[in-house]
Design a protein around this ligand. Sequence first.
Ligand SMILES: [Zn+2]
Length: 617
Amino acid sequence: MENLIDKRNPTRSFHKQPTMVWIRRVVYMLVVALLSRLYPTTSAAFSCPRRSLLLATASSFDSRSAQQKQHKQRGRNRFSSTATTRSTSTTSLRSTSTMSPTTESSSLAADCPSYQSLVTKLQRITNLERAKAVLSYDQLVFMPSAASAERGAQLAALASVLHEQTTSPELLQDIQQATQYLQGVKDTSVFQDERRLLELEDKTFQENARIPSELAQRKAQLSSSAYTAWVQARQDDDFASFAPTLSDCFETAKELADCKRGDHNKDTVSLYTQMLDEFEMGMSASRIDEIFGQIQASLVPLLTKILASPSPPSTEALSKGSFPIDKQQEMSSQIVKALGFDETMGRIDVSVHPFTTSFSPKDVRITSRFSEKEWYQGLAGTIHEGGHAMYEQGLACSSLSLDTALSMGAHESQSLFWERHVGLSLPFWEWATPLVHQSFPHLQDTTPEELYGAVNAVSKGLIRVEADELTYPLHVILRYGIEKDIVGGTMSVEDIPKRWKQEMKDLLDVDVPNDAKGCLQDVHWSALAIGYFPTYLIGAATAAQLEHYIKQDLNFDELVRKGDFAPIKAWLGKKIHRHGKRYPSLDSMLADQLGEKLNPEYLIRYLTDKYTALYKI
Ligand SMILES: [Zn+2]
C-alpha cells in the first residue's frame, strides 16, 4: 500500500479540488476509518514501497490514500495501509506437521462450548470486516464521487457494529473460558491451532482494552489534523509549521505503545519494539539494528562503485516509441496469470494506483495502471500486486485471524519475490521477451539481455517510492534510524531536516534541495505509523533469502526460463502462504521452514553479484 505512497506520484494532485471540500472529505473519512482502526479485528492492511495492498480493513492509511486519489480521478485511489493489530504473539514455534488448514471445524468445539461460541463471534466479525472492505474497494475503484457521504455513513455504521462486537465482554469471556479449558488439556501436542488462535485473540483484546477511550479519541483527532497539516507543510515546503504537530504524533504514538505493552512488559519491551509489533509481530529494534547494520555497511560502498561505472545499461527499450494501453494490459494480465494468479478467485482491474485487496482467499482483487510512454512500470506493478495476491489466495480459507498473513514484512516478501527475483531476472526476460515483441512490434530487435539491463538500471534519487532495488534499502534505513531515535528520546523532531539532509548525503550522495523532497515526502509519521518503514526492507531481505533456498530445492532459473512457474508458487505456498499466523514471528517461520532465521547476507549477496556483473565493475 503505500500510499502512503505510491512510487511514482505520491500526492501530486491533491489540490485539484477545492481545498475545503477536500479537507472535509479527508476529515470525515479519517474519522470513519479511525474508528475501525482503534478497535481492530481480524484483518490487516499492508503498505508497499511502490504500490498498495489493502486487506479487509479500513485504516487511517487507507483513507488517506483514498482521499489522495480522489483528487486525481474520481473514485479511484491508491490505497495505503497499516498493519494488523490483531496478531502479535509471543511464544512457541510449532511444527508444520501438526498444522491444520483451519480451526473453524475444530473438534475442540464439541467439548468446549466457549470455544464454539468464540469461533462464531469471530466469524461474524470477519464477515463484517470483509463487507466493509468490499464497500471500501467499491468506493475507491467504481463508486460515483457524489455518493461519498452516503458511503461514509455506511462504513461508519459497520465500524460501530464492529466496535461493539470486538470489545464485548462476552467475547472476552469466551476467550478466557476456552483458554482455561485448554490449560486443562495437558498434552500440548494437541489443539495447537486452537491454542494459537486464543493467544492471538487474547493479545488483541487485551491490548485494545488497555487503551483509554480518551487516548483513542485523541489519536483519531490527531491523525486527522496531522494529515491535513502534513499536506499543507509539504505543499509549502514548511517543516517548521508542521514540527509541533509531528511532535504530538510521536508523543501520542508513544503513549499508545506504552498502553499496549502493559505494565508487565515495561522492563523488557522498548517502546519502539512495541511499535514494530504493530506491523511486524515478534520483531525487535535490536534485531533490526543487526539486520540493517549489515545491509548498510555493504550497500553504501557497492552503490558508490556502481554509480561510478562507465558501463551503465541503456534504458532506451523501456520508453522508445509509444505503448498502447490495451496491449500493456493484455500482456501484464497474461504474465501475472502465467505466474500463478488465479483469476477464478480474483480480478484484475485498472486504477490510478495499483493495489491489492482481499475479501477472502477466494476473492482477491488486484489493479494496475499504465502509461503510453513507458511500458515496464505497468508490468512491474502488476507482478508486484500479483505476488501479494498469490499470498492471499494461498491462505487457508477460514474466517479466523490464524489464517491471515503473518506480517507486513512477510507480505512484502511475496510481492518482491515475484517482482524482483523473478521479474528482474535474466531467465524471466528470456521467457518474456517474445511477449514484449508481440505486444510492441517496434521492439522486435530488442534482446532479452537488453531488456534485463534496462529494467535493472540504478539511479540515486531523493524520493523513496521512486527508488530502485539497490538504493531503496538506504531510504528505509534513514527513516528507521530517525524514528527510532525520536522514540528513544535521543533526538528531537525539530532536528529531522538537518539529519535527513546529512544522511541522504552520507548514504546516497544526494543533496536534498528542500524538505518537501526530503523529510516531508512520506505520510507515515503523520498517521502515527511509527515502526512501519522497516517492514519494507524486511520484506526485501526475506525475498532474497527465499530465492537462495528455492534454488536448493528447484531448478529455479530453468523453470523461470521455461515459464513453468507452478512449482515456484507451490514452493512459496508450502514455505510461507499456508501457515498464516501460526508462527509468532517471521524469524521463527523462516527458521522452521528454511532452517535459518532472517539473514540479510542473502540480500547483500544478491545485489552485489547482480549489479557487479551488470555494471561490469
Ligand atoms: Zn507491496
